[in-house]
Ligand binder design. Structure first.
Ligand code: CTP
Length: 431
């Protein structure tokens, strides 16, 4: 029987915030984690309170924030597995053992942002405030998302401390490279909240999810394609790749081997996926042809450009005073190719439509000869973190109500597992 993944009890984390400009991202991280069903208890260092207020974090997390080692009866609650809404009982720490009790009902402590100073404390086992004491007294995994100026990150002392944390079994998320609040460019930016929320969820979920896709190879296409016209111009579309990457993440959680063939996106691949980066539809088709032989399930999430320029110029085309026409050739249909193989994997397509959604999606499922198509409104999906999907198969339409893309991806995979099973093991009706 397929378990309803949305019914899994909430996981619990302590989110530790230390002093740094990236502390503002902890607000969004809290919001996203709660939305994904995680119970979040916030703990802040004194320095963190200079960047974002405990009041803000209390409002977002729904619980008083832990800030002081010496004050008892702070907001920790000790109910094992309830929901964010129902858990409002404060932990009574009259025995002065808050630093011990707090981590005992927690699945992980996440420090985001983790300043260079706090990382140094962790590396040396210092415990001179509530958060560092919680970390030292924990009996659960510690996840650290560093955030600092690039020189601080590159400093030998910080690198030595990071190596120490890695050898202590601490899980590091990031940092990223890019422009920094101080105006410099380089390594040290905290990963974006959505990226962190995804990886924290992935860390928390595997213990809960049945491994429905063990021994299953899922081949996915994601993102847009880019069809060059000249050295600097091309035809592409506004697909962000978020849905495809979420499906890859959800498949990994269920134990699948995942090959993700992706057009150009700004996303990083979920850990554990084999990422093959491509540019054009022709590249994508070639990569699919090379990977499809042992694929059990193919999911075409990519927004493949339907046309490419008949001729491309390696140099930039200069402007002229007269009309310029672009001659276009149709691109190969990658999903159509896979579905028409002699022994095709179980094929799933996406239909992004601007109008007549259901009608077009039904037609596409039949034309492409695939068991399942996922219909969604293009204007709602583009760039968004949330969406609403309609799954269309031989039995009809199944609505996945509006949710974040990872939740939708999990529900979609659950449906795929059930549908694939029912099609390969049809129920025999006795005469
Ligand atoms: N697809 C594909 N290769 C193409 C075009 C589409 O593999 N050249 C796949 C997409 O990944 C998606 C499905 O086919 O799973 C439907 O894509 P969509 O762009 O919605 O439809 P098209 O078949 O391109 O038709 P149209 O653009 O006319 O809606």
């Amino acid at each position: 029987m397929i378990q309803v993944l949305r019914d899994i009890p909430a996981r619990r984390i302590i989110l530790g915030i230390t002093g740094g400009i990236a502390a503002y991202k902890a607000a969004e991280l809290t919001r996203l984690l709660i939305k994904q069903g995680t119970h979040v208890q916030v703990a802040m260092t004194e320095a963190a309170c200079h960047f974002i207020t405990p009041t803000t974090m209390q409002a977002l997390s729904g619980h008083p924030v832990l800030t002081n080692l010496w004050i008892s009866n702070q907001g920790i609650n000790n109910q094992g597995n309830g929901s964010q809404e129902s858990d409002n009982q404060s932990y009574n720490s009259d025995d002065g053992m808050l630093h011990i009790h707090a981590s005992r009902t927690t699945d992980a402590i996440v420090i985001a942002p983790a300043s260079a100073d706090f990382i140094a404390k962790l590396a040396h086992g210092l415990a001179d405030d509530l958060l560092s004491t919680l970390c030292l007294a924990r009996n659960c995994p510690l996840i650290v998302a560093p955030a600092m100026n690039r020189q601080m990150w590159e400093n030998t002392a910080t690198q030595r401390n990071i190596q120490q944390l890695i050898s202590d079994g601490v899980i590091l998320l990031g940092p990223d490279s890019g422009s920094q609040a101080c105006g410099e460019e380089g390594m040290g930016r905290m990963q974006e909240a959505a990226h962190l929320a995804r990886d924290i969820q992935a860390f928390l979920q595997p213990k809960l999810l049945p491994k429905l896709l063990t021994d299953t190879h899922i081949l996915l296409t994601a993102g847009p394609t880019y069809e060059a016209i000249d050295a600097v111009r091309g035809i592409t579309n506004r697909s962000s790749g978020k849905m495809g990457y979420a499906v890859a993440q959800a498949a990994l959680e269920l134990g699948a081997k995942v090959t993700l063939i992706s057009g150009p996106t700004a996303l990083s691949a979920p850990q554990g996926a084999k990422l093959i980066q491509v540019t054009s539809a022709a590249d994508m088709l070639q990569a699919v042809q090379q990977q499809v032989a042992d694929a059990d399930i193919f999911i075409g999430v990519a927004a493949v450009a339907d046309y490419r320029a008949t001729q491309t110029s390696t140099q930039k085309i200069k402007k002229g005073a007269t009309k310029l026409s672009l001659d276009l050739l149709p691109n190969p249909d990658i999903l159509g190719y896979v579905a028409s193989l002699p022994k095709p994997p179980f094929c799933v397509g996406f239909a992004a439509e601007s109008h007549d959604l259901i009608k077009h999606a039904h037609e596409k499922r039949l034309i492409k000869n695939i068991p399942l198509i996922v219909a969604n409104l293009a204007q709602q999906a583009i760039g968004a973190d949330d969406n609403e999907l309609i799954l269309i198969d031989h039995a009809g339409e199944h609505v996945l109500p509006r949710a974040d893309k990872l939740t939708l991806a999990r529900d979609l995979l659950k449906h795929i597992v059930a549908l694939r099973h029912s099609l390969t093991h049809p129920i025999k009706v006795r005469a």
